[in-house]
Ligand binder design. Structure first.
Ligand code: FAD
Length: 474
């Protein structure tokens, strides 16, 4: 079994970097990449209040209270009685300002775990605060699985569905498409069970709801029989990848790749159904790889030709990992290095053309080193699903958590929008009501439903006020 660590050991290590005389890179080596105003600390809360920040530290607030209800009824009571605004939080892995609140932030981690399992249908009911890895493990113990997972699995179910979180696979939908029903606490403190039979509009709106319609306490989800996958990772020249990606995405169950700026190479990951004994998951080594890429940028970023020649000489090509395991052990990985991210979902037919431009732009920026992630997602019909208009190609760009990301908005977002792109709700974007109404045929209906369910704007915060084009009156 080949591992990615081997690729790194033979890769862009310190030995290669130190072979170049130090005098050639003193000026570049002294450059600071930290963005102006970056502050890794939490905000200092006023006396008696609390402090909250998201995973990357880009969103912060000082709520009056962080509530941790331990039952659906306790949550309903809290919502009914509150006189201040209230926002639900999952694992805080969204980059956009969906969660910050100066009122109450409700942490749903008390509503977790498997509540019910129907062996006949395979349908499983979980508390909304259940993490994906926990749900996937519980399902595997019962011989079931989710058809797909995103590239990490620490998100809560509610957080995952509410922002249309997805994995990759041309025939595989985003995860909210597994929802059969959900229980939601509305602004008046009522708990309602919603399915397509009970209330079709609220069902289709509530699958991807940004936490704007109420607080969801549990989901009943479709599952599939447990399955194993074989994962192959190859390093291929990017031109070859661009020329074959459309065809290969249709050949493999899960197809994605990561293009590393300034190298001319992409790491292509495929997962296909596997039967028989499994090898277990290979050690990833992704963290070391990222640090090496950063080192290479920090040391040789001023000389793009040198940077790419070192990387090209050091990268092994062809297959660097071949492993097999149960699906949930392979599909998600860990991301210990913090970053900020923008991801747009493009109509598949526009995808390759836009991606070429993204790669050109990243290769022109001397400071870029984070790989761009490219994935395929199938269509679904939730009202706020960014995948509702047909098959999509998702393009995600990243920058280290302490580095600038303003160029995402100036250099990349306009190009995505011109090409029919829809932003990931949990990742950086600048859209407000008019742009969203123009892009989502049912955005205005969603906004009306929100106003009906929450006339006093209990669940509003400044970010949601911008999305829905309403005044935020603190
Ligand atoms: C390292 C990293 C990797 C990622 N990988 C992927 C990926 O592979 N694919 C992908 O699509 N996205 C990915 N994301 C984005 C992430 O999946 C989404 O932002 C997701 O929403 C995070 O889930 P969460 O539990 O942290 O939710 P949060 O970020 O805490 O909340 C997200 C939204 O859900 C709402 N919410 C939370 N709980 C409830 C509830 N009980 N009822 C109603 N609303 C609720 C919140 O108010 C908010 O609007 C990644 C993010 C990070 C940081």
């Amino acid at each position: 079994m080949l591992s990615r660590r081997r690729m790194i050991q033979t890769g862009v290590g310190a030995g290669v970097v130190s072979a170049i005389p130090i005098t050639q890179h003193v000026a570049w080596g002294e450059k600071s990449f930290t963005r102006p105003g970056y502050n890794p600390n939490y905000l200092e809360p006023p006396e008696g209040e609390h402090t909250w920040a998201n995973w990357s530290g880009i969103q912060k607030s000082t709520p009056k209270e962080i509530a941790l209800p331990l039952s659906d009824e306790e949550l309903a009571d809290l919502v009914r009685r509150t006189t201040v605004r209230i926002r639900p939080v999952g694992s805080g892995h969204s980059f956009t300002g969906l969660v910050p609140s100066e009122g109450i932030i409700v942490d749903l981690s008390g509503l977790e775990g498997l509540r019910q399992f129907d062996p006949k249908t395979g349908n499983a009911t979980f508390g909304a605060g259940t993490r994906l890895f926990q749900a996937a493990t519980e399902l595997a113990e019962r011989g079931r699985a989710f058809p797909n997972l995103p590239d990490i699995d620490v998100q809560t179910l509610a957080g995952t569905f509410s922002t249309a979180t997805h994995g990759t696979g041309a025939t595989l939908t985003a995860l909210h498409d597994y929802i059969v029903s959900f229980d939601i606490v509305t602004a008046n403190g009522e708990i309602r069970r919603i399915s397509k039979e009970s209330d079709l509009d609220l069902f289709q709106a509530g699958k991807v709801s940004l936490g704007a319609l109420g607080i969801i306490t549990q989901y009943t989800l479709k599952t599939v029989p447990v399955f194993s996958l074989r994962r192959i990772m190859r390093i291929d020249p990017i031109e070859e990848v661009l020329a074959t990606m459309e065809e290969r995405a249709d050949l493999h169950r899960n197809y994605e790749f990561f293009y590393t700026p300034h190298t001319g190479y992409a790491a292509v990951l495929t997962h296909d159904l596997h039967e028989g004994p499994v090898s277990g998951r290979a050690e990833s080594g992704d963290d070391d790889f990222l640090l090496q890429l950063k080192d290479l940028r920090d040391t040789f970023g001023w000389w793009p030709w040198l940077r790419s020649s070192i990387a090209q000489a050091a990268f092994p090509t062809g297959v660097v990992e071949d492993s097999s395991d149960l699906s949930h052990n392979l599909l998600a990985t860990a991301r210990p290095h913090k970053f900020n991210e923008m991801e747009y979902h493009l109509p598949r037919e526009n995808g390759v053309g836009v991606l070429r431009k993204v790669i050109e732009k990243l290769d022109r920026r001397k400071d870029s080193f984070y790989p761009v992630e490219v994935r395929y997602v199938a269509e679904d019909n939730a009202w706020l699903s960014p995948f509702q208009e047909g098959p999509s190609l998702s393009i995600a760009i990243h920058s280290a958590a302490d580095e600038p990301y303003d160029y995402f908005f100036s250099e990349f977002e306009p190009m995505y929008l011109e090409n029919g792109g829809h932003p990931h709700w949990g990742k950086l974007h600048s859209l407000g009501r008019s742009e969203l109404s123009a892009r989502y045929p049912r955005f205005d209906r969603f906004a009306e439903l929100r106003e009906t369910l929450d006339p006093a704007d209990k669940f509003l915060n400044p970010h949601l006020a911008k999305l829905f084009g309403v005044t935020y009156d603190a």
